[in-house]
Design a protein around this ligand. Structure first.
Ligand SMILES: Nc1ncnc2c1ncn2[C@@H]1O[C@H](COP(=O)(O)OP(=O)(O)OP(=O)(O)O)[C@@H](O)[C@H]1O
Ligand SMILES: Nc1ncnc2c1ncn2[C@@H]1O[C@H](COP(=O)(O)OP(=O)(O)OP(=O)(O)O)[C@@H](O)[C@H]1O
Ligand SMILES: [Mg+2]
Ligand SMILES: [Mg+2]
Lengths: 256, 256
């Protein structure tokens, strides 16, 4: 019975897409059946998995506007256990349409629920803002995984996301919880950077994953080459960090 | 006669807020009258200028919902020539309201035009997506300054922004142009990073600023301390880079 996990934070460039792609890939390598869906019109998840512009149609925009079924949009990837639904490359007019369609918060709820029996994990790569498609994703999810860039101010964005989760719990009457907070792009820090991370660890102790993703050029190179880091360089620090995160999540969710 | 410049890219964490704040501050230090307006509900520009949550009301949300005039929302900063209009700290419900209000593309056009005689430069710090408030900002602007994170894939986002600018030029019949593309967070690069920057420089030669902003911990520390880097540490590499960008822009816009 699948678990739907949004990878989200209303702040840019903190490693949402990198985490969605590489965690999904690591779970697939551990033979879990995994689906990853790109909900960000920048299409970064598609690029990181080797999909060009033309391969991004049909995609999520077709599903949300009822011009295609989800089955018609699911793609296979280089990993046998990892499937992918891309976000179309959108014109400015379609971008505005998507914004208006996203006012319907229930847009993905029933659809993704119907997918739960086919997959062990469904990841939703969310856009970096706190309304629209991010709300649609959270309403459809069982939990939220929150990446936070190590050494950079994220507390305000995390507080905002927790308030958002509370609001959704109240109006949909559902048990939306947090999968955890993941420190990403960790590098040898300045004093200020260490203070920022300590503030986060203090305020949200109990939520923060043990695994910390290091800043590792292999990770950004692998998305340039359109591959999850575990396929690009399985022995790199980046690959082992995401494998360790996958293990932590499997333990949490009842798989040894 | 003021120039309205959107700082924008539909991609997260590329240095939009850092650039809007530090470029505005550098021009103010050169005795230009400057206004910076925060259009991103994450409120990062406010944090970087030392404004706490409670100081962010009244703000842009009040202006857009007609509950306050812009004059009632303008704040002074530590620099005599730099004024600031914060974005309110928004509840989830107000976040959704803001999304709906932003469907009106002309929302800021007349308002900002009426501000042009009071300032030499008005900067709009945009959110990291390609619709809603970003469209509102572009429709009200004379030009767009595009930050791009050195060594990381930005070409798709830049192409998307250029398509967005074209579309706006056509339906509003206005001469919206590009101020330029600014490489940010530049650090000693991997081979892949250098290739990515060369692709950008080739495709958009003529648009890319000569100034490149280096990755410099003083820059992220200064926003943690709520000050533009020129006030935090005027002799740092970060401060001199933004001063050099300010000079490049003043030359382009007819001031020696
Ligand atoms: N651990 C890491 N080491 C080095 N580079 C990284 C790491 N994680 C992510 N990056 C790079 O940092 C940039 C931002 O990462 P990513 O796109 O995953 O963030 P995001 O939160 O999804 O951004 P957005 O808000 O635009 O959706 C990308 O160029 C990515 O390749
Ligand atoms: N030149 C630099 N050197 C070091 N750190 C930097 C530099 N420029 C920006 N940063 C840091 O990188 C992070 C992202 O920068 P910034 O907030 O300006 O990006 P943004 O594009 O506005 O993000 P968003 O998409 O969320 O609006 C911040 O923590 C900032 O302090
Ligand atoms: Mg992303
Ligand atoms: Mg910003």
């Amino acid at each position: 019975m699948g678990k739907i996990i949004s990878v989200a934070l209303p702040k840019g460039g903190v490693g949402k897409t990198t985490t969605a792609v590489n965690l999904a890939a690591s779970l697939a390598v551990a033979e879990k059946r995994v689906l990853i869906m790109d909900l960000d019109s920048s299409g970064a998840a598609g690029i990181a998995l080797g999909f060009q512009d033309q391969d991004r149609t049909p995609g999520v925009f077709n599903i949300l506007s009822y011009t295609r079924s989800i089955e018609q949009c699911i793609r296979q990837t280089e990993l046998s256990h990892l499937d992918f639904v891309p976000m179309n490359s959108l014109s400015p007019i379609d971008e505005e349409r998507l914004g208006r369609m996203s006012n319907n918060k229930m847009l993905l709820y029933h659809l993704l629920n119907s997918m739960k029996e086919r997959y062990d994990y469904i990841f939703l790569d969310c856009p970096p803002y706190a309304s629209g498609l991010m709300t649609v994703a959270l309403v459809a999810s069982d939990s939220v995984l929150i990446p936070a860039k190590s050494g950079h101010l994220s507390l305000e964005a995390i507080d905002k996301l927790f308030a958002h989760i509370d609001w959704i719990r109240r109006f949909t009457n559902r048990a939306l919880c947090t999968e955890g907070i993941l420190l990403t792009m960790h590098e040898p820090r300045t004093k200020v950077g260490a203070m920022i991370d300590n503030d986060l660890n203090d305020k949200y102790s109990g939520h923060v994953f043990n695994t910390v993703i290091p800043k590792n050029s292999t990770i950004s190179e692998s998305s340039y080459h359109g591959k999850p880091v575990i396929l690009y360089n399985a022995s790199s620090k980046g690959a082992s960090a995401y494998l360790s995160l996958a293990q932590e999540i499997m333990n949490k969710n009842g798989t040894p």
